[in-house]
Design a protein around this ligand. Structure first.
Ligand SMILES: Cc1cc2nc3c(=O)[nH]c(=O)nc-3n(C[C@H](O)[C@H](O)[C@H](O)COP(=O)(O)OP(=O)(O)OC[C@H]3O[C@@H](n4cnc5c(N)ncnc54)[C@H](O)[C@@H]3O)c2cc1C
Length: 388
């Protein structure tokens, strides 16, 4: 069977552009099709990029991203520091990482089409085409890559019985605050297990700051989350942190309602049984969404996109898809499972909270750089050939 020469990439978020750039590096031409009519500039909140993710992004030309976030200081609801966990992360606005990748893709001649919402595919003996919701059809390519996120259409086309995202029991919120009114925290992010919700914040030398909150809540769809005004969410968050001695209330007060980022229900996909079928394959959140608690969503998406391109460089697509899944599945599912355990601590009830607070110092003793090396020290050797 011949080498793969052309690819359709569905989704122009993070995994999509990384896949297109890595495919170009592998000598495969890729075009990106994104459902949104415009770019995602200014949309989304903060995310972290782990050293493993930085290394993967470096392979497609992203040299610098974000600001250092080298430690997490864990506090209890009284503001007492329980422990400090060293971890060499970068803090980035999702919109900045997105824009960097988008510009790189355009610079390298990747065609990015907006307003192309995938609805179906047409697969034949010679190739595959994307059918969009407006009825238009793409040119034929050798393969189609689903980088279309948590609610992936490609995942459903590969397997109509594919699992739906799993709710963690937490709603996510956050904001950038221009006048944080707090001393800079250096390269540290402070995180606290409050009585009723989880809070994180970091302040920078220029007086700006960022905070995020995870609020235990019965499941709400995105539509329901949006039906509640930002003013009301800020009020409810204020209630949740009212009894905690952390700077949550002050930072909430300093957040103009229009600047509140509602990340909605925090969800993951612990196990997607089929990552590929025929000429279709998944990459990023569509295959292995982890809840934001891992700090690894964008990093794993970048790693997978690069590994997929590397496999397609060396093998015909059926074997490449198998080799790619073999290289990735155990690793990503381990990260997802670890984040899910963290979430259950954040959503703990009164009894669970007592256990959690007692066990936190112990947990911290295990979260050493050596024990986390399997996550952070992972590096992809682009030059190494892949065998079937
Ligand atoms: C607008 C936005 C804001 C985000 N903000 C944050 C944040 O603040 N913090 C955080 O940790 N994570 C955020 N995420 C999620 C984060 O980007 C991902 O978890 C991670 O980077 C993996 O990226 P991905 O490319 O696999 O998925 P995503 O980044 O979700 O990208 C998927 C892309 O596919 C597009 N798409 C979906 N369905 C179709 C379709 N049928 N046809 C064509 N295109 C389709 C989507 O519009 C999106 O652009 C955000 C995602 C989006 C889309």
């Amino acid at each position: 069977m011949n080498r793969t020469r052309t690819a359709i990439v569905i989704g122009g978020g993070i995994a999509g552009p990384v896949a297109a750039l890595a495919l170009r590096r592998a000598g495969i031409e890729a075009a990106v099709h994104e459902s949104h009519a415009t770019t995602a500039d200014g949309i989304g909140g903060a995310l972290s990029v782990a050293p493993n993710g930085r290394a993967a992004l470096g392979l497609v030309g992203v040299d610098r991203i974000g600001a250092p976030m080298n430690a997490i200081v864990l506090q209890n609801h009284k503001g007492r520091v329980i422990t400090e966990i060293r971890q060499p992360m970068q803090f980035s606005w999702r919109a900045d990482l997105y824009r960097r990748l988008y510009d790189l893709a355009l610079d390298q001649g990747v065609a990015v089409h907006h307003g192309h919402e995938l609805a179906d595919v047409r697969e034949s003996g010679t190739g595959i085409r994307a059918v969009f919701a407006d009825g238009t059809v793409s040119e034929e390519a050798d393969i189609l890559i689903g980088a279309d996120g948590l609610r992936s259409t490609v995942r459903r086309l590969i397997d109509p019985r594919a699992p739906q995202p799993r709710y963690s029991g937490l709603l996510g919120f956050g904001a950038r605050v221009d006048g944080a009114g707090r001393p800079p925290t250096g390269d540290r992010m402070y995180m606290s297990f409050g009585r009723r919700a989880f809070f994180g914040h970091q302040s920078f030398d220029d007086g700006t700051g960022v905070w995020f909150a995870n609020l235990p809540h019965p499941y709400l769809t995105w539509t329901h989350v949006r039906q509640t005004t930002n003013e009301e969410w800020l009020r409810r968050l204020g209630e949740a942190f009212a009894d905690d001695r952390v700077p949550a209330l002050d930072l909430l007060r300093r957040t103009p309602p229009q600047d509140l980022v509602t990340a909605g229900p925090m969800e993951d996909l612990p196990h997607v049984p089929h990552w590929h079928r025929g000429r279709m394959v998944l990459v990023g959140d569509s295959a292995h969404a982890t809840s934001p608690s891992s700090g690894q969503g964008a990093s794993l998406a970048a790693e997978s996109a690069v590994e997929l391109a590397r496999a397609l460089r060396d093998l015909p697509y059926p074997q490449a898809f198998t080799a790619y899944e073999r290289a990735r599945r155990a690793r990503v599912e381990r990260v997802i499972a670890q984040a899910a355990r963290t979430n259950s601590g954040k959503a703990a009830g009164p009894v669970g909270r007592t256990f959690r607070d007692a066990l936190l110092p112990l947990f911290a003793r295990f979260a050493t750089p050596e024990r986390m090396a399997w996550q952070y020290d992972h590096r992809i050797n682009w030059e190494a050939p892949i065998a079937a």
